[in-house]
Design a protein around this ligand. Sequence first.
Ligand SMILES: Cc1ncc(COP(=O)(O)O)c(C=O)c1O
Length: 463
Amino acid sequence: MKKDDVSEMSRRTFLATVSAAASAPLLGAAGAPALAMEGGNPVRSTPLTTNYEGANFIGVEEKTELDEAVETRSLFRFYGFTPPKKARTFEEEFQNLMGVKYALGVTSGTAALHVAINALGVGPGDEVILPAETWHSDYNAIIMTGALPVFCEINESFAMDPDDLKRKITPHTKVIMPSHLSGTVADMDRIMAIAREHHLKVLEDSAEAIGAIYKGRRTGSIGDIGIYSFQTAKMMTSGEGGCVITNNAALYERAIRFHDLGGVRPVFQRALGITDYPRGGQGTEGDRGGETTLGLNYRMNEETGAVLCAQVRKMETALANHRRMHRYVTDKIKDLPGIHLRPSNDPEGEIGISLDLLLPTKDLRDRFIKAMTAENVTMSVGILGTRNLPTMGYIEDKVAPHPNWPSFNTPRGKAMRYGAACCPRSVDLKNRYASLYIGPKWTDDDLNDVVSAVTKVHAALRS
Ligand SMILES: Cc1ncc(COP(=O)(O)O)c(C=O)c1O
């Protein structure tokens, strides 16, 4: 059965069981506990709070790493009083974790996107396809190259819909940019097959899914180049920070140059196996060999590298814990009639930071969220940490850094219309999803409260 059939069946089942839901009272059937929003006792007496992922695990290990870096007083990653090593150590450990040849630390996920998209050689006249539901930085990075962003619908997995992706490809398409949102995984087999068939490059945004696995490979490592964010809400964090990964030496070199004013310092020359790089005046570890091309400064510093060294070593434990919690809750609610858990492109590999329920209508979704929140188990609209970009004002208005910006000055750029009409299915899905971030340190009692609240609200809404 196809996912859409599942959705249609679920919609009919749920609608049948909640017929006339809009007018029915929300109090449960005889004997069912009354909903808190109708004056009943809430499942919990205090709100179940979720907070930042990796930040929960910041402890003595991060402090030790940071102290070591500060004690050297050498916080610039390439040279100082003593040879700095935290940023480089982090890169080496992260590339091992992700199973790729090269990792380049940068200052943020947005910086990583800017670096990666420049490494891919995207520029004016090119089109880049991104999902309608993702984060601002994807769209903004495309605009900053002068290329034209083209939105593609998401499907029920809340990731890029490969069928719509095919429809969005034109002779101007250069890159496909799938996003793995809130710990989930996009359908990379189909996306990669489409990309290869059309000779397109793939930039994977795995900012929100650090450590997730798609069919045995880490997200971010499957396409030509991938990015991560280490902002405070992410699975690993240094407050701010980001990383670009790739297996492609040419892309790695272009990324290095763009992130560091156009040059390749000795630490990266060694990583690339370059032995005949032109030396600059100094001949030291800080020597970029002359500014050979254009680039900006997105370099990671030693403090960031130090914190990330500690965080990367905690990843597997944090991931296993999240997967266990997610499985515990979903196993207990998956058989409730009409409850439609978000279908996954690889259930084993997802991180499980978010419990996502797809309801038949927006009205029911809104009532579900209101009822859950009153039970002190707060749910949110859509899936947390994502935006329906085409409906954002600045995007609908095609705001650019300058009136003559190239993105919107090609015939296709001028004709491009964003807004809800360009992604009706994504808008509809966002309107029917309710999601709950699973806190990294929740106890079994907390998880049982989630199950109780979902079961209670579900029963009441069916009555
Ligand atoms: C999907 C996605 N991509 C990119 C970014 C950008 O990362 P940063 O905030 O580190 O710039 C984020 C940040 O939240 C994100 O969620």
